[in-house]
Ligand binder design. Sequence first.
Ligand code: CTP
Ligand code: MG
Length: 222
Amino acid sequence: MTVALVPAAGRGERLGANGPKAMVSLHGLPLVAHAVRGLLSAGCVRHVVVAAPVDYLDAMTAALAGFEPVTVVPGGADRTASVRLALAAALERVPDAKIVLVHDAARAFTPPALVRSVTEAVAAGAPAVVPVLPVTDTVKRVDAAGVVVDTPSRVDLRAVQTPQGFAVDVLRRAYEAADVATDDAGLVERIGVPVHTVPGDVAAMKITTPFDLAVAEAVLAR
Ligand code: CTP
Ligand code: MG
């Protein structure tokens, strides 16, 4: 049994829209609804819990009215807090869940096939799974003054996407350690659990800036 958590409580400051990023509409649907639709149409997700900005609880609930079964809960001050709150709500509703996916509302156009491949990898025994893509840019480490320190080999670098999938007990333990990370697998690594990878998908790109939104719109129009 798989549940999905959708952190959607961010302010979307870098996008600079008039309101939270997850409520920005593309082709008539807010980003959060695109994200939830993708999760549900994968066919393997039993329940979705969305963490919404506290002042947009009603608006987000209304925006997701056509999708079942979905629960909207208030999010927290940072992404980690939002996921923690969504995880508690999900396990209350589906206590026998064995697999949990965590999926950013900002990755609104993630193909359902990617949702399935992450879920299947966890079901096959991996305690934690992240979708990854090779890094195409050369990456440099810099010091505080912006001067290059070194150039890590690109060969063993990966860009990480969502959904990230976990055995429920693994994510629960990771979140019991009071810590903050930009991705959930980061917390799992810190409790010493191996994180496996599956091939990601360019369509699972994160919408962060107005440029990203324009790219997503173009992809969607195809
Ligand atoms: N998120 C969340 N709760 C927070 C902050 C972020 O649920 N307190 C969610 C966002 O809604 C988003 C995901 O985490 O779906 C990834 O965060 P990001 O892309 O940084 O979104 P925002 O925080 O909204 O954007 P920004 O950092 O530009 O303000
Ligand atoms: Mg943010």
